[in-house]
Design a protein around this ligand. Structure first.
Ligand code: SF4
Ligand code: SF4
Length: 251
């Protein structure tokens, strides 16, 4: 009774559509103007080599007035905004676009296989291979009452034997490599590997650390990458729903 009265008084905390854009969404760095002068300041400021500038060989041809192309690796990027602040020509800007999760395995047939196997429910085991805890906190936040990831059929299991896949956060450290492989081996086929955060994808800011070994992709075949440092709960939720082919149903 007390619980019911509390609900009537305070309503519910869970957001109806967690994927709806809001002013606090954050994500993709956008190239918003074509006036790059190749000063290289953005490249110098980037700690993770996520940005590069290429001379546009087609420059001066009809309808092509860009002298330089800026390439940004969204999976490596830690969204520090250093490049945005450093650019004197204001070519770059941060955006609210958090929908950056990508399915890595190429080929429509394989994508459809993933969608058909996991479209109703997804049970995951998380392994922190050496994170700063930022990504782990955001993964945990997807399960709070506000985002309530479990309403879409996504749950986390204590045992890898009950899981369909593995969520990896942090760079793969020497001490955690064996535990990672053992956890992966304990999951039955078919199984998926989800890399959450730039550290899990490419080592992030810890890439050259003494305790970090190979990239996750060199140890296990990564199926889904959710970029960010850390990715927001919205971005993680979007990635999970993308695996289940449900992301486009919610706008
Ligand atoms: S936001 Fe930071 S990490 Fe990303 S490209 Fe710019 S400087 Fe590099
Ligand atoms: S990606 Fe960023 S938040 Fe996540 S573990 Fe690495 S440093 Fe921490």
């Amino acid at each position: 009774m007390k619980f019911l009265l509390d609900r009537i008084k305070n309503g519910k905390d869970t957001v109806k559509n967690p994927l709806k854009d809001n002013p606090y969404s954050y994500g993709r760095i956008e190239v918003c103007k074509d006036n790059c002068t190749d000063c290289g300041k953005c490249v110098q400021e980037c700690l993770v080599d996520a940005i590069s500038i290429k001379k546009n060989t087609e420059h001066n041809k009809v309808n092509i007035d860009k002298a330089f192309d800026i390439e940004l690796d969204f999976k490596k990027c830690i969204y520090c905004n250093n490049c945005v602040d450093a650019c004197p020509s204001k070519v770059l800007k941060s955006s609210n676009d958090y929908k950056m999760a990508s399915i890595e395995i190429l080929g429509q047939e394989v994508k459809e296989k993933i969608y058909s196997k996991f479209k109703r429910s997804l049970v995951l085991r998380s392994v922190d291979t050496g994170s700063c805890n930022g990504c782990m906190m955001e993964v945990a936040n997807t399960q709070n009452t506000y985002y309530d990831l479990s309403r879409y059929g996504v749950k986390f299991a204590a045992s890898p034997r009950h899981a369909d896949g593995i969520v990896v956060t942090g760079p793969v450290t020497l001490n955690m490599k064996e535990a990672l492989i053992k956890t992966y081996d304990a999951i039955s086929d078919p199984k998926i590997v989800i890399a959450v955060g730039s550290c899990a994808y490419s080592g992030g800011i810890f890439k050259d650390g003494y305790s970090v070994c190979e990239d996750l992709n060199e140890i296990l075949k990564v199926n889904v990458v959710i970029p960010g440092c850390p990715p927001s709960p919205q971005a993680i939720l979007y990635g999970m729903l993308k695996i289940m082919n449900k992301a486009s149903e919610r706008k």
